[in-house]
Design a protein around this ligand. Sequence first.
Ligand code: ME8
Length: 510
Amino acid sequence: MTQNFYITTPIYYVNGAPHVGHAYTMAAADALARFQRLDGKNVFFLTGTDEHGQKVEAAARAAGQDPQTFTDHIAQGFVDIAARMNISNDDFIRTTQPRHRLAAQAMWQRLEAAGAIYLGKYEGWYAVRDEAFYDEDETALRPDGSRYATASGATVEWVIEPSYFFKLSAFQDQLLTYYGANPNFIAPPTKRNEVMSFVRGGLRDLSISRTSFSWGVPVPGDPQHVMYVWLDALVNYLTAVGYPDEAAEKFALWPANVHLVGKDIIRFHAVYWPAFLMAAGLPLPGQIFVHGWWTIEGEKMSKSLNNAIDIRPLVAEFGLDPLRYFLLREVPFGNDGDFSRKALISRINADLANGLGNLAQRTLSFIAKNAGGMVPSQGAPTPADEALLAQAHALPPKVRGAITRLAFHEALDEIWRLIRAADGYIDHQAPWALKKTDPARMHSVLFTLVAVLRSVAILLQPFMPDTMQRLLDQLGVAADARQIKALDTPLRQGTPLPTPVGLFPRFVEA
Ligand code: ME8
């Protein structure tokens, strides 16, 4: 039976236009989703938008629009950016959709039925920007007397209102036991340690409804209250697989294998979400993987600094695939990184134009000119051929291993090791010199190179889907032979090859 693989990104707040940070999580999730599909899994890949809450309501008001019109507009921007980034999501959820309101209310009722909800009054700090409640010791005063959350820098305000509470405090032990028994539940390990020490420090019951505004899912049976936007938002992962219809075929996809999240939203995903699911008696996701934070040319991205970069001009200038490659190669997934033009250009030139692009062009244009424009025939392999082919053969499990750990940079590094080895091989075998002296050997060398390029192109499809499609076309690989397992089938000698066209232009700074 085909194995399911369900992967999610956070659903993005529709309070502003998408930027490179959002594109990053989408690109990473997309690489994983595409890899799993190529590896034969039944993938369900979800992204979407988080449209309720005080922050979105305020942004709509500032724009002079009613919240629904406003969210319709901004949500479209996220749908567009996903398309522009060539993201292969299977669904796009919006929390204002009827299916989601139904699921969020059903979850509420389930938590209520489980005795996990009670009515009280919230009195404490709230940060609208983070849509988060903070204890006083998680805040500090600015010189001007205003108070902010120390972790995020967001301004907090004192809130007093009637509120329903979720009995989070009752889940402290159960959570700690779960983290202990499932060491990969939160990754990387540094984040796991952070979460565990936060939970060990004690959990307070969580306010899960608001009464001071109305832009949210009404609390079932008490419409003065809207559901706290994080409870509402987290349920999206269930909505998309058909909840509350647990008999639905789609619901077999639950639990998700991995929720990808930025480090700003760990607590919601690694503490609140599992506690909600435990209370509801639903299975927990396989993993919460926390990635790092991008700065732009050394500075924090922010709307106020106006440097939260729009991905579209970058795509227009550098091309989509080079940009996707850069995002996933430059920084180990999980670490913070800096987005600089200089680093981007240097990756494009060194790894893509001079690396893979050059290898493909050298090989394919030589074949076009000197080997009849078809997949050459292989003679008896020499030790050098065998060594290179063995390296190519060993590559899929290495890449699979790295991607399973979400170590995208390692997967790419392994692939580039093979590219460099192939470069060394061409120089050493010098097919141009064999042209007159030993044409059969020349063909054999070229065959080996085509085989290596096929491995590289197949394995790079999750990262650079369009460009690799073009390379696979140029290598004469049929559209139905581009799965990872197709690498076990030998190349078809004599397959005619189209005229090669360069893949990655070198970028020259004007
Ligand atoms: O938090 N670097 O939405 P959000 C890397 N609606 N990633 C970044 C980034 C940066 N500088 N900036 C943003 C929310 N991101 C909630 C989520 S989920 C049930 C609800 C990415 O619009 C990163 O993935 O603030 C981060 O977690 C997410 O965008 C936050 O998006």
